[in-house]
Design a protein around this ligand. Structure first.
Ligand SMILES: Nc1ncnc2c1ncn2[C@@H]1O[C@H](COP(=O)(O)OP(=O)(O)OP(=O)(O)O)[C@@H](O)[C@H]1O
Length: 601
């Protein structure tokens, strides 16, 4: 069966460590619908910076006039100044709260729509995408990258604005206090900027490696800590290998995180040295000049210490932004995926059902396997299945039966030729008209009834019982404590393989499609039950088209037509009895091999 999660599935190309150019332009476009809110954050950030910048200037008045003024300490003035400082502090708090609220709302709205768009895009991707993409990677992007983007908008956006404005306000205040002291204060700035730029570059690639490793870890955990994965490891005694594989990735992540932490800390440590040394440069400049008052010097040093926060913030942000850019780029690669399902043909509202006549016209199909593009799974396949008839598709393993089933059900599109239903080309899944039941049915977390009603949300309890009786699963469901309300477990693990198949078959019957394709959908049943179930299903569907892909021929006489495939080509087609009469034909040989030499003759 194709499309089952392959253990060795290769990852979809992870965005390279350097995000595509233009990422930030695209990010800016995302903010367009939120222009007004961003403007409000900007206004609040400006208010925040201005208010914060005023407080240090008060210290000049405190020292030069209120404490050491010509007439000695001026207590009323000191009290007024204390009141002003307290009022400013309260205003700063209020502005900060408002800013957090507005930016959190922008972040939530923007990320919500990104997440939903990604989910929608992924739902419409070709099946091939899911065979080659690790499940963990999808989860990592949907959850991890969007969370990073959300935090960036919620925290980094206001920080950038506040930091930039804070720097501007402090710089203006410092220059207005004393251009000489301001000049002395920035002597060491180029060194800090240089270290910051280098660390930022390192952080950018470390962030990409970190995300990639995290996705790999999630993928290993999701696949290997599943029922199937754990059983496989136990059966083959590979628990230690699985542990080693996980530990290797875990170590890689830990190493990357330590290196990222070091790169970020290097910037902060350099900034720390800058902030310790710079006041002394200011004292030196004050010593050289003779017109600097003590109040001016104190106000300047306070302002400078106030710079620590916005400057530190900006340095941290500049490093954060590198990894945020990577997260945005990864989200964008998913948004740029080209979905296959045509929304029109995949629509849930199919106007007419039709009678279910299938026609396959010179169809060719090849899976896009890197390095093996020319190998065709189906070649020049043409066949007709009358409306309301039953057809059996047989053939050796790998002959293309499932591929043909997928084409008939509209899950894949032929590279050449066309598949028609009632004379109209099948260009995608047609719910209500085409339905397929795979060999390994998918039961999702929920009750038996939830799983059944996925095909028909309006089905009554009696409808559920009716279809489950047809597929001979009703009695078994009734033995479970909660009956139809019982939970099926992870991927239906509380039921056996054959039981899962019968529940899936019952679900397909509820869909009441014009064409039903059973892709080895009863392969896990014993031959007697299989014959009973298939006959009951055909009786229920009398008058509607049913195609069954099978390796087993226990029930073949009830089918109108047999199509035999070999290496992607139709090698025989006709009524079962006629094909059996061809002793050298593929079909007759397969029947003989299965039922014993006498049976075919
Ligand atoms: N997702 C896929 N990607 C690449 N090749 C695939 C994929 N699925 C199937 N194939 C290849 O296409 C060919 C036809 O496969 P298909 O599953 O249709 O055969 P089948 O007759 O149903 O086999 P089986 O009876 O073993 O289920 C095989 O050679 C198979 O290896």
């Amino acid at each position: 069966m194709p499309d089952q999660p392959a253990p060795a599935a290769t990852a979809a190309p992870y965005p390279p460590s350097s995000p595509a150019p233009g990422t930030w332009r695209r990010v800016a476009r995302l903010f367009r619908p939120h222009r007004a809110a961003v403007l409000l954050v900007l206004v609040l950030a400006a208010a925040f910076a201005a208010l914060n910048g005023v407080v240090p200037l008060l210290s000049q008045v405190v020292f030069d006039r209120a404490l050491f003024g010509p007439g000695g300490p001026d207590l009323p003035l000191l009290a007024v100044l204390a009141g002003i400082a307290a009022a400013i502090a309260c205003a700063v708090g209020a502005v900060d709260l408002g800013q957090t609220w507005v930016s959190a709302r922008i972040a939530q709205r923007l990320v919500r729509s990104l997440r939903e768009e990604m989910f929608d895009r992924l739902q419409r991707m070709p099946l091939a995408f899911f065979t080659t993409t690790k499940g963990g990677e999808i989860q990592s992007r949907l959850a991890g990258d969007t969370t990073q983007v959300e935090n960036a908008i919620k925290e980094t956006l206001p920080e950038v604005l506040a930091g930039l404005l804070g720097l501007v306000v402090a710089a203006v205040a410092m220059v207005s206090l004393s251009p000489l002291l301001a000049g002395a204060a920035v002597v060491l700035a180029p060194a800090v900027l240089w270290v910051s730029a280098r660390s930022g570059r390192a952080l950018k690639s470390l962030s990409a490696v970190g995300q990639e490793t995290r996705a790999e870890l999630t993928s290993i955990a999701a696949e290997r800590l599943s029922l199937g994965g754990v059983t496989l490891a136990r059966v083959h005694g590979r628990r230690a290998d699985e542990q080693a594989r996980f530990a290797a990735e875990s170590r890689r992540l830990a190493r990357t995180q330590v290196r990222a932490a070091m790169a970020a800390q290097l910037v902060l440590s350099t900034a720390h040295v800058f902030f310790v040394v710079t006041p002394y440069l200011a004292y030196l400049a004050a010593g050289l000049a003779d017109d600097i008052t003590p109040g001016t010097l104190v106000a300047f040093v306070v302002l400078q210490s106030r710079l620590y926060q916005p400057l530190g913030q900006m340095l941290r942000i500049s490093t954060d932004l590198r990894s945020v850019e990577g997260a945005f780029a990864r989200v964008f690669t998913y948004l740029d995926l080209r979905p296959e399902t045509d929304p029109e043909t995949g629509s849930l509202t199919q106007p007419e059902r039709g009678v279910g006549a299938l026609s396959v016209r010179e169809v060719g199909f090849g899976y896009e396997v890197p390095g093996d593009r020319d190998r065709m799974a189906l070649r020049d396949v043409s066949l007709d299945i009358r409306a309301g008839s039953t057809a059996l598709i047989v053939g050796p393993s790998g002959s293309g039966k499932t591929t043909l089933g997928h084409l008939l059900a509209g899950l894949r599109r032929p590279a050449e030729g066309a598949v028609l239903i009632d004379g109209t080309e099948v260009r995608g899944p047609l719910p209500g008209r085409l339905c397929i039941v795979p060999q390994e049915p998918f039961l999702f977390q929920g009750s038996v009834a939830d799983n059944l009603r996925y095909a028909d949300p309006d089905a009554s309890p009696d409808d559920l019982i009716r279809v489950c009786r047809i597929t001979r699963i009703h009695e078994r469901i009734m033995t479970v404590p909660d009956g139809y309300d019982a939970h099926v477990g992870e991927r239906g693990a509380l039921f056996s393989g054959g039981e899962r198949q019968r529940i899936a078959l019952a679900r397909a019957l509820l869909a009441d499609a014009s064409v039903l394709v059973l892709d080895e959908a009863t392969s896990a049943l014993d031959p007697l039950t299989e014959a009973e179930v298939v006959q009951a299903v055909l009786a229920e569907r009398a008058g509607r088209t049913t195609v069954m892909i099978t390796h087993r021929f226990g029930v073949l006489d009830c089918f109108d037509t047999v199509v035999a495939l070999d290496r992607g080509r139709v090698v025989e087609q006709g009524a079962p009895r006629d094909l059996r009469a061809e002793p050298h034909g593929l079909y007759a040989r397969m029947v003989r091999a299965q039922t014993g030499a006498g049976a075919a003759s």
